[in-house]
Design a protein. Structure first.
Length: 233
């Protein structure tokens, strides 16, 4: 069975994470590395996708930076979203020939991991592109946006686990003015589930893609990472 190398990177500044993805994607394209899944967190940041509009970020970029939330424009699909501590971010750097099927598989993997955590979630792609992601009833719990280059993906998904969802509600998140965001903590009433959910997510992602998970250290990929890599067993 082909392998999916999975690597835990800890907390990484968003711009650094973009640079890292491009470096690793070049190596995957060149055949130096197999398909990868990077799991990490970001300091507070609003990111704008290719379809973002000026009205998505009220008060402008300087205002939010003064509040301690960075603003970064990206090449990924989708609109504005928020990343912060306690949110699990996954960056699959993988070969794909069908981006729609790739997104749907990603949604199924997230929903499966959430189900194992006791949260019943689903995709809503049948309602249109604006509803890409994973939802608990009418509340959004995971955002998705990817970018392909030479048939290899970058960017990916973000699942709200233990993070504060207030920053989503201060902007027009995901291009949906009335969207309500939720998290594993809000849905279950439990905090501290981040390490356990990260393991569930890694296993579910590899399983949905029909790949065997292999845990690797940041050093194995030639990048800096946390001093100790958490167990994924």
């Amino acid at each position: 069975m082909p392998e999916l190398w999975t690597c835990v990177l800890g907390t990484v500044e968003y711009r650094r994470a973009m640079e890292l993805q491009e470096q690793l994607r070049a190596r995957v394209i060149a055949g130096e590395l197999p398909d990868l899944l990077l799991l990490l967190e970001h300091p507070p940041v609003y990111t704008l996708g290719r379809r973002s509009e000026s009205g998505d970020l009220p008060f402008g970029e300087d205002y939010w930076r003064a509040q301690g939330i960075d603003v970064v424009r990206t090449q990924r699909g989708g609109k504005l979203t928020y990343h912060g501590p306690g949110q699990l971010v996954g960056y699959p750097i993988m070969h794909t020939t069908d981006v729609i099927a790739f997104l749907r598989t990603m949604e199924r993997a997230i929903a499966a991991a959430l189900g194992e955590e006791g949260v019943a979630a689903r995709g809503r792609d049948h309602e249109g592109p604006a509803y890409t992601g994973v939802w608990v009833d009418d509340r959004k719990i995971a955002s998705i946006g990817v970018h392909l280059s030479k048939g290899v993906s970058a960017h990916g998904f973000a699942v709200n686990v233990d993070n504060d969802v207030t920053p989503f509600h201060q902007v027009v998140a995901c291009g949906l003015p009335d969207v309500r965001m939720t998290s594993v903590a809000l849905e279950t009433g439990r905090t501290g589930s981040f390490p356990c959910f990260r393991k569930r997510m890694a296993h579910a992602y590899a399983r949905e893609h029909g790949l065997r998970q292999r845990i690797v250290t940041p050093r194995r990929l030639g990048v800096a990472g946390p001093a100790s890599v958490p167990s994924m067993v």
